[in-house]
Design a protein around this ligand. Structure first.
Ligand code: ATP
Length: 363
């Protein structure tokens, strides 16, 4: 079983080394909805609305196989909802999507996981009142007790039971949780629970691992270990799709970045390129659209707001793409646009005789 061996599969077998494979990810030019050279997931016209809100409205999206893809976007962009839809935890209003060429419409989360597509949650779903080992065993597929007839005869399942325990032991050791295997999961730290959830998801030997905010709530001491585990998944031939607000992590480990805003995919590409994309900057600034960027006071207000926002990485050392410089630049451009508007539309809301109300506003 490749995932449990000491050495990554590619290094042993002489096949493609997934860590150094530099073939292009997109089949053509990178951009929203672009085709991939080797997609593992294909989603088409997937939509989900809640009341009047279009939480997800994805025309087309392919996730590249054997790569680490980051799904980013401001709060409420639809990232978690898309995860829920792809993995069967929620049902879309429209659309079709495939995993490894097989349609997943109407497939239950349990079966999706058995097919090799597993996920973790923003708030971990480990069972606090079960031990770490019991949690691991729950994650295994093809459990002996699943069929009553078999369950009655231990001879028929004793072997599988041992296999599951052995597999769990190897994973727990790898994730440095072996010393805790008899402890209740509730006694673990937030970071250790994330590791346990990830280890448990690997019990089904998945092909695609989807992680919803793996870094959230993780003690900095465990951050590096978590990053290494994610990179190891790729080294062993798995595909990773993760949602993350931590741009530091995105820059460090993602091969590909998909950006969502207001339910749509607004940009896609390699991290370095995507993070300079104006649509991405707009998407993040758009989350603070209540601030008037055309106003010099608005810039100060925006900077203060972003710095005070716990989720924002602007102005922090993790500010990968969206530094205050970018905000300033964007605000300056907005100010120039506003100036141009003023000269074009002297009666408009930006006019020097602005009364704060136009026909449009008052409608
Ligand atoms: P975050 O980064 O904050 O986790 P997100 O990008 O994951 O955000 P979602 O949680 O998918 O965004 O939410 C997308 C939109 O759908 C939001 O406007 C949210 O309020 C709404 N939404 C999500 N789930 C539900 C629900 N069960 N009922 C009603 N509205 C929902």
């Amino acid at each position: 079983m490749s995932m449990h061996s000491e050495e990554p599969k590619a290094a042993r077998s002489g096949e493609v080394d997934y860590m150094t494979d530099s073939r292009p990810i997109a089949a053509g030019e990178a951009g929203p909805g672009c085709k991939k050279r080797d997609p593992i997931v294909v989603a088409e016209n997937v939509t989900r609305s809640f009341g009047g809100i279009n939480a997800v409205d994805v025309d087309y999206l392919e996730i590249p196989r054997h790569k680490i893809t980051a799904l980013i976007g401001p709060n409420g962009a639809g990232k978690t909802t898309l995860f829920n839809l792809l993995t069967g935890f929620d049902t879309p209003n429209t659309g079709k999507w495939q995993f490894e060429g097989k349609s997943l419409a109407g497939v239950s989360p349990y079966k999706v996981a058995r097919m090799g597509m597993v996920r973790t949650f923003q708030l971990t779903k480990v069972m606090g009142k079960l031990t770490v080992m019991e949690n691991m065993r729950l994650g295994a597929s093809n459990q002996p007790g699943e069929r009553l007839a078999k369950a009655l005869f231990k001879g028929m399942w004793g072997g599988r039971e041992k296999e599951i325990t052995a597999q769990a032991n190897i994973l727990l050791e790898k994730f440095k949780l072996d010393a805790k295997k008899d402890d209740y999961a509730a006694s673990l730290s937030g970071g250790q629970r994330k590791l346990l959830e990830m280890a448990r998801s690997l019990m089904v030997q998945p092909k695609l691992v989807m992680l919803d905010e793996p870094m959230a709530g993780v003690n900095p001491a465990l951050t590096q270990s978590l990053l290494d585990h994610i990179k190891n998944l790729k080294a062993e031939g798995m595909t990773v799709l993760f949602v993350e607000h931590d741009m530091h992590m995105v820059r460090h480990i993602a091969d590909w970045v998909v950006v969502m805003a207001e339910g749509k995919v607004v940009a896609e590409g390699p991290p370095g390129e995507v993070m300079k994309n104006p649509a991405v900057i707009d998407a993040y600034l758009g989350a603070h659209h209540d601030v008037d960027l055309g106003d010099s006071e608005g810039l100060k207000e925006l900077a203060a707001e972003l710095e005070a926002d716990e989720e924002s990485i602007v102005g922090t050392e993790n500010a990968g793409i969206i530094s205050l410089d970018v905000v300033s630049h964007e605000a300056e451009e907005a100010r120039q646009r506003a100036d141009r508007l003023r000269s074009d539309e002297p009666q408009g809301r930006h006019g020097s005789t602005d009364t704060g109300s136009t026909g449009k506003d008052s409608q």
